[in-house]
Design a protein around this ligand. Structure first.
Ligand SMILES: Nc1ncnc2c1ncn2[C@@H]1O[C@H](COP(=O)(O)OP(=O)(O)O)[C@@H](O)[C@H]1O
Ligand SMILES: Cc1ncsc1CCOP(=O)(O)O
Ligand SMILES: [Mg+2]
Length: 273
């Protein structure tokens, strides 16, 4: 059985982000780091990028959320992520993990499994291939791109949530967000989002901003993807190509009216998992 989730929930969470302006601490990759900072600002939150092991735990302790992204990982960076993640756990700060390229190399897969073992991750946000690999149900990842999963997307996301004890936010044309029991399907977005490097990373940043202000991480994650996806839809309507799309994506999220999000969010809830 399915029903539509009221878009006003998404709008209320965005309103909270804008009024509380949470600090979103990132330890992230060097490719999209600037986009992550700016999309966090456009969502209404405050970004900080701090990965030195000498400061990462201290910064995590005062953040509203911690976003870990292994896109350009190193052994030292993963160690710093674990330091920050553990302190975040002690302080009740939600941790979002973006397992960029998990499955593409053993180092990436091992790093994600180690972080999941040492840190209580609130939201695991990955593309379909990454989540299929981490679920153990099967997925293929080439570089940082999903090449698909084995079997049903909802089944893979649910299996991953149950195996990891996280809320899984699996992106794609339809995003699947699940805590292993409840399942939300987010229909917002546009294929242009796949033509620009960094939209997955930015989705994690927005997910972090929303997790900072809403304790139900299923609702916060789906709402983040709805807002980001709606900005993508509106940006695509005015873009001439990937780079004008990029500019418009930031502008549309920044200018998004709460009433437009309430009306434009397309989130379906599935029961009976
Ligand atoms: N074909 C598509 N149609 C609509 N939205 C999409 C599409 N592909 C990706 N998106 C959106 O783009 C963002 C990044 O998703 P994705 O491309 O799966 O991540 P990644 O960059 O990590 O591979 C998400 O918000 C997702 O909803
Ligand atoms: C291209 C690339 N290589 C390492 S990280 C990165 C960015 C990936 O960004 P996204 O997964 O959000 O498209
Ligand atoms: Mg991408």
């Amino acid at each position: 059985m399915e029903h539509i989730m009221d878009g006003r929930i998404c709008a209320e969470i965005l309103e909270q982000v804008r009024s509380r302006r949470p600090l979103v601490h990132h330890i992230t990759n060097t490719v999209t780091i600037n986009d992550c900072a700016n999309i966090t600002l456009c969502a209404g939150a405050a970004p900080v990028m701090a990965e030195a092991p000498e400061e990462s735990a201290e910064m995590a302790a005062v953040a509203g959320a911690l976003v870990l992204n292994i896109g350009t990982l190193s052994t030292a960076q993963v160690a710093s992520m674990i330091l920050a993640g553990r302190r975040a756990n002690e302080c009740g700060v939600p941790v979002v993990l973006d397992p960029v390229g998990a499955g593409a190399t053993r180092m990436r897969t091992d790093a994600v499994l180690r972080i999941l073992q040492e840190v209580q991750v609130a939201v695991l946000k990955g593309n379909a291939g990454e989540i299929g690999v981490l679920a153990g149900t099967g997925g293929t990842v080439r570089g940082v791109d999903s090449c698909g999963i084995v079997g049903d997307a909802v089944d893979a996301a649910v299996a991953c949530a149950l195996a990891t004890g996280t809320v899984v936010s699996m992106t794609g044309a339809t995003d699947v967000v699940t805590d292993g029991r409840r399942v939300l399907l987010v229909e917002n977005g546009n294929p242009m989002m796949d033509r620009l490097s960094g939209t997955g990373c930015m989705a994690a940043s927005v997910t972090g901003a929303f997790a900072a202000v809403e304790g139900d991480r299923l609702l916060s994650s789906a709402s983040a993807l709805a807002a980001f996806g709606l900005a993508g839809e509106r940006a695509a309507a005015q873009a001439r190509g990937p780079y004008s799309f990029r500019t418009a994506l930031f502008d549309e999220l920044s200018a998004m009216k709460l009433a437009d999000l309430a009306a434009g969010a397309r989130v379906r809830a599935r029961h009976g998992v």
